[in-house]
Ligand binder design. Structure first.
Ligand SMILES: [Zn+2]
Length: 113
């Protein structure tokens, strides 16, 4: 079976909120650090800390257990709309280069700059 990249309208640097499993992620909102299209997961700053056993490194000579963010499924996230002050779905507007991401609820532009 051929794996397919998952298409998402989310981008690195977007602020997202958890729509499910808030307790599990330990935080309500955070910035996207990295997107993994292959697995449909996103690494969010401060989200979903897990304990990991690590080998000793220069930075951490003793090794041991470190807490690190783990990627969460895109379906658990929504982009944060500053105007609605909550998570929202993304609506696309315009064509080609002028394509913009808007809040599906209030129409606020979700693209910076
Ligand atoms: Zn909105």
């Amino acid at each position: 079976m051929k794996e397919k990249d998952i298409r998402t309208r989310l981008r690195t640097g977007d602020v997202v909120v958890a729509v499910a499993g808030k307790e599990r992620f330990g935080k309500k909102s955070g910035k996207i650090i990295k997107i993994f299209p292959r697995t449909g997961r996103v690494l969010v700053q401060g989200f979903n800390y897990v304990k990991r056993h690590t080998k000793p490194t220069q930075k951490n000579p003793k090794g041991g257990i470190v807490e690190k963010e783990a990627p969460v499924a895109i379906s658990n996230l929504q982009i944060y709309c500053p105007r609605c002050q909550r998570g929202s779905r993304i609506k696309m507007s315009g064509e080609g280069e002028k394509k913009k991401r808007l809040c599906a609820r209030c129409g606020e532009s979700l693209d910076k700059g």
